[in-house]
Design a protein around this ligand. Structure first.
Ligand SMILES: Cc1cc2nc3c(=O)[nH]c(=O)nc-3n(C[C@H](O)[C@H](O)[C@H](O)COP(=O)(O)O)c2cc1C
Length: 226
């Protein structure tokens, strides 16, 4: 009789133990997870680079464009947005202060050529964001006649003192010229800044094959330590 009572107690003790551990596991599953994998990633990026330490600056022009037809969103704008999304950076677009760039691709090439010949420095709209806390600036544009569009030089020259000691990382969209010396031209324009490894993406890839473009952006950011 005593043996039966002891086994019954043992049995209930085991059931109780299983019940308690089961509840504990469920509690783990039901309570709010500390972070989803995506959140974990963002947290790491934030912790690694710090809030407001990274900025994306870009120029891009929607309208009729080489090989891609009439586009609502410029090729470089697409890449700039991907970089901002992947790094958690703020973004600033260089928008001309006046209506200087025609919708027609052919006419645009003439205006751009003339700006380049004149070494024009077209003004951009709005205030440059506060650069004091920024450590890294991704700066991108379409290749125009083998060079940065002149409005980018406006940005470089206006802010070269504020950019001293910071890391500048160039990116381009193009249709064959690649980075077209964006990195060395940036170093010349901002000699007190450090220029990092650039990225060149075909405009037509950014526009029409966004998964490939994003994969290139991600690989490059990984190499840069993001
Ligand atoms: C005025 C002008 C000049 C261009 N010059 C070049 C060039 O020298 N090399 C090149 O590969 N692509 C050149 N392109 C093509 C653009 O770099 C390419 O289409 C780019 O993706 C456009 O970007 P966006 O849509 O952001 O303006 C030129 C396009 C324009 C409008």
């Amino acid at each position: 009789m005593k043996i039966i009572r002891q086994s019954t107690i043992l049995f209930f003790a085991c059931v109780l133990l299983l019940f308690v551990t089961g509840c504990a596991n469920n509690a783990d599953k039901n309570s709010a997870p500390s972070a989803t994998p995506a959140q974990e990633n963002t947290k790491t990026k934030g912790a690694q680079k710090g809030e407001g330490e990274t900025l994306v600056v870009f120029f891009s022009r929607a309208g009729e464009q080489y090989t891609v037809g009439v586009i609502d969103k410029g090729n470089t704008a697409i890449v700039a947005q991907m970089i901002a999304e992947e790094t958690g950076a703020n973004i600033f677009e260089l928008v001309p202060a006046d209506d200087r760039y025609p919708e027609s691709y052919d006419k645009l090439t003439e205006v751009a050529r003339q700006e380049q010949n004149e070494k024009a420095r077209p003004a951009y709209r709005g205030e440059t964001p506060d650069l004091s806390k920024v450590k890294t600036v991704f700066i991108g544009a379409p290749v125009w006649w083998g060079d940065w569009p002149m409005i980018c030089y406006t940005f470089f020259e206006k802010n070269k003192d504020a950019l001293a000691g910071k890391t500048l990382i160039p990116f381009s969209t193009h249709e064959g010229s690649g980075l077209s010396g964006f990195d060395s031209k940036l170093s010349e324009a901002c000699p007190a800044s450090n220029v990092g490894e650039g990225l060149a993406i075909r405009g037509s890839t950014a526009q029409n094959n966004r998964d490939d473009a994003r994969a290139s952006v991600k690989d490059w950011l990984t190499r840069l330590g993001y």
